[in-house]
Ligand binder design. Structure first.
Ligand code: SF4
Length: 379
């Protein structure tokens, strides 16, 4: 199978995972959906289910508006809409992470509005430097293990967990390798392709994805792109709509680093395959990069971006702000100031899943990239 075919197979699932999920269900797997953020997929997988991260829909909002105010973040509205209106029958159950005020309220709305055979809340501590945070996360993970065991009708064993760790660690390692290749040989993997590979890992059973990623890796060449691509770093939670990545490709930009949740934060760090598995999941969670609603000291988020910028030396930073995300709203003034102090050009793009301003976003992106090219030529 050539590179194009492998890529197409993965990208088809990344773009529209529902045919894949349906096929798994026909084969006897139950699908457990989790709105974005920090539910340990390994635990769901070890219980014998297909973990699926719910990443919203670009389809129109028809029903979610009746349950959420207009100023609820675009991700929350879009996720609720996806399950209420478009994919109600896809999921056998849900594990709902609570990471911010919106998800806290949404969890109750979700539980009351969407009938499912299984529903578990997963309460994630927001201040990770509190003494109690690790114990809390550990106990929540144990609680999830018990709940999933109950739904599966059999205990989630340590052996099953370790096997799931091996699978997911391998997926993450392969994706990190491919990302490294993209950095070293710009142009061999486009921005859209790289983020589609990562996205597919949020829907696919690792046993299906690993052979595809390995085959794809074998097809990698070490060609140098003739045209020098402009290095940039992406920040925020997710790039939505995904077509913005195609625009970056068209503009001659190479993403050399990111701190997106649907990005590097998903593939950094592995789970230790030794010792207490719940402890190992807890350790991975606390080793992850900060995320707008989950952090310790106030400056950690900014320090992380500064370090990434220093390591990857981009020409600029593109920050994706999900419309009405309160957590990101709190971060932005300080983040902008820190980037100004570092003399690092940064653009903030307001995005929403049902984007009606895509043309405007594209124009702003084009102008920003053009200004970076201008600076590079003059500097
Ligand atoms: S963190 Fe922001 S984008 Fe995520 S659910 Fe909360 S408000 Fe929405």
């Amino acid at each position: 199978m050539g590179k194009e075919k492998i890529l197409k197979d993965i990208q088809d699932i990344a773009t529209d995972p529902f045919a894949y999920i349906k096929a798994k269900k026909v084969a006897g797997k139950k699908a457990i959906g989790s709105p974005l953020a920090d539910v340990p997929a390994e635990m769901v997988h070890a219980a014998g289910f297909l973990p699926v991260t719910i990443l919203g829909t670009n389809e129109p909002i028809v029903k979610a508006g009746a349950h959420l105010p207009d100023n609820a973040c675009s991700l929350a509205r879009s996720n609720l809409e996806l399950v209420l209106n478009y994919r109600k029958d896809t999921f056998d159950g849900f594990v709902f992470p609570q990471v911010c005020d919106t998800t806290q309220h949404l969890s109750d709305i979700w539980r009351m509005t969407i009938p499912a055979d299984f529903f578990a809340s997963f309460l994630i501590p927001r201040q990770v430097d509190r003494k109690s945070a690790k114990t809390w996360f550990y106990r929540e993970t144990l609680r999830l293990r018990e709940q999933l065991s109950g739904f599966a009708g059999a205990p989630v064993t340590d052996a099953a967990l370790r096997e799931s760790f091996r699978f997911y660690n391998e997926v993450r390692a392969l994706l990190r390798e491919l990302y490294g290749h993209k950095r070293a040989f710009p142009g061999t993997i486009s921005n859209r392709e790289m983020f589609d590979l990562i996205r597919a890992s949020l829907f696919m059973d690792p046993a299906d994805l690993i052979p595809l990623l390995k085959a794809f890796k074998k097809e990698m060449t070490e060609e140098k792109e003739e045209k020098r691509l402009l290095p940039v770093v992406l920040s925020g939670i997710a790039v939505e709509p995904m077509q913005l990545l195609n625009i970056l490709d068209d503009l001659g930009v190479n993403v050399v680093g990111d701190e997106l949740i649907v990005g590097s934060r998903m593939i950094e760090n592995d789970v230790s395959e030794n010792g207490d598995p719940v402890e190992a999941l807890t350790a991975r969670h606390f080793a992850k990069s900060p995320y707008s609603p989950i952090r310790d000291r106030g400056t950690r988020l900014y320090d992380h971006l500064v370090t990434l910028v220093e390591q990857t030396r981009p020409a600029g930073v593109i920050y994706f702000h999900i419309k009405f995300c309160e957590s990101q709203d709190y971060d932005l003034p300080d983040l902008k100031q820190v980037m100004r102090e570092k003399e690092m050009p940064m653009i903030v793009l307001d995005t929403e899943y049902q984007s009606v301003t895509r043309a405007q976003t594209k124009t702003r992106l084009e102008a920003f990239v053009e200004s970076l090219y201008g600076e590079r030529e003059n500097g």
